[in-house]
Design a protein around this ligand. Structure first.
Ligand SMILES: Nc1ncnc2c1ncn2[C@@H]1O[C@H](COP(=O)(O)OP(=O)(O)OP(=O)(O)O)[C@@H](O)[C@H]1O
Ligand SMILES: [Mg+2]
Length: 382
């Protein structure tokens, strides 16, 4: 998967940008506040149609003094070239594929896949369970675009069920219908997640020990909200294999929490309340991990996501690394670049304020960003 050309107009402070990226490494260099992260955000938008900064309005994406922004890319995947265009106005976003407007957005997903790592991603470990679920669901979505429809089905039933639980008198027949749907769609979401986790775990462990610390085993487990309290550690692979196990567990959990649900007025168990439990050397990373270890863990999760997709589905998403080196010590920074260079393929975009952090000298293009202008550096002497 390659981003072959990129053109931006009036996207944030990037008013006129045209660039031809290197098929391997692209360094986006410049001082603070010049538009480096904005450039990565533009690439991300061309993949996901929404920003990686949650809650971003369309207005914020358009240059202060303009009313529309346009983002365009030529993308190669599996020998095919495609033209992707995104037009943003305050009213909404329009997506075009090879000049035709995309009506059903799920037809578009999968055209360009990216994985981004930036300073805020530490929230995947330090933040609430929803951030960890988001990581997992995005990774699944990268391989199975249909997953977004599946999880929307679940979210929709959940919304209806919660509204019903808030009513003074709950119609038991209607609740029964919602329960059934919640179990069916919930089990579907869980199957995807557990399948992902079983395959992802060994890749994460390997990635962390190769890049960051061979003496520490990084691991992660699915932590269901719907297990009975007496149950021991949850075994993802076994849960996947036992027929109807997930449906039965959800059903039993709904029954257990029925009274409390009515008191509180919302659904207390299900995939929307599950979590990921992350450990380093057997200890909870959230409680015991140092700042640097926690960052390294999250970065390992992102790199492992790419390796996982490469090994299992035979395509490599584009890796966007926002200001990664300023957060790592020298040794780990060196190991990270050793790893990136050792891959035989895969396009990478890396922003930096210091060219010296970037330990690359081959298969490399450097783009200097200054006040929203992006200029390719001709020789790497600066
Ligand atoms: N809608 C917009 N219109 C014009 N300028 C904008 C808009 N949104 C953000 N900016 C400007 O973009 C700049 C920030 O860009 P960006 O976050 O890409 O910086 P950066 O180069 O990554 O800096 P740092 O090294 O500090 O991370 C700010 O100057 C901000 O005012
Ligand atoms: Mg930035």
């Amino acid at each position: 998967m390659l981003l072959e050309a990129l053109r931006l107009r009036d996207f944030r402070n990037l008013q006129h940008v045209m660039l031809t990226p290197n098929p391997r490494f692209n360094v986006i260099a410049g001082p603070n506040g010049q538009g480096k992260t904005n450039l990565l955000e533009a690439i991300y938008l061309l993949s996901a149609v929404k920003s990686f900064r949650p809650g971003t309005t369309n207005r914020a994406l358009i240059h202060f003094e303009r009313t529309e922004a346009s983002l365009e890319a030529r993308v190669e995947r599996g020998g095919h070239e495609r033209l992707v265009r995104l037009e943003i106005s305050e009213r909404g976003k329009k997506v075009f594929l090879n000049e035709g407007q995309v009506r059903n957005i799920s037809d578009f997903f999968g055209t360009l896949n990216v994985v981004i790592f930036g300073p805020d991603d530490i929230g995947i470990l330090r933040g609430s369970p929803s951030e960890r679920r988001r990581f997992m669901d995005r990774a699944i979505f990268n391989a199975h675009p249909a997953f977004s429809t599946e999880s929307t089905h679940y979210e929709d039933v959940l919304k209806h069920r919660n509204a019903l639980l808030k009513e003074p008198r709950v119609d038991p027949a209607l609740l029964g219908v919602y329960d059934e749907q919640l179990i069916t769609y919930g089990a579907q979401v869980l199957r995807r997640r557990l399948d992902f986790i079983t395959h992802f775990r060994p890749v994460l462990t390997r990635t962390f020990s190769t890049i960051f610390d061979p003496s520490l085993a990084a691991d992660l487990r699915y932590a269901p909200s719907w297990l009975d309290e007496g149950d021991d550690a949850f075994d993802e692979a076994a849960a996947l294999q036992a027929p109807q196990y997930l449906e039965r567990s959800l059903e039993q959990a709904l029954r257990r929490t029925e009274r409390e649900e009515r008191e509180r007025g919302y659904t207390l168990i299900g995939p929307h309340r599950d979590d990921l439990h992350t450990t380093l050397g057997g200890h909870d990373v959230r409680t015991f991990g140092s700042q640097g270890q926690t960052r390294a863990f999250v970065l390992a999760m992102k790199i492992a996501e790419i390796t996982y997709l490469e090994e299992r589905y035979h395509f490599a998403p584009i890796l966007l690394l926002d200001d990664v080196s300023s957060e790592l010590d020298r040794q780990r920074n060196r190991l990270l670049f050793d790893f990136l260079r050792s891959r035989t393929q895969g396009q990478v975009f890396i922003t930096t304020t210091h060219r010296d952090f970037i330990l690359l000298d081959q298969n490399l293009s450097i783009f200097d960003v200054q006040g929203g202008q992006v200029v390719e550096r001709v020789s790497d002497d600066a």
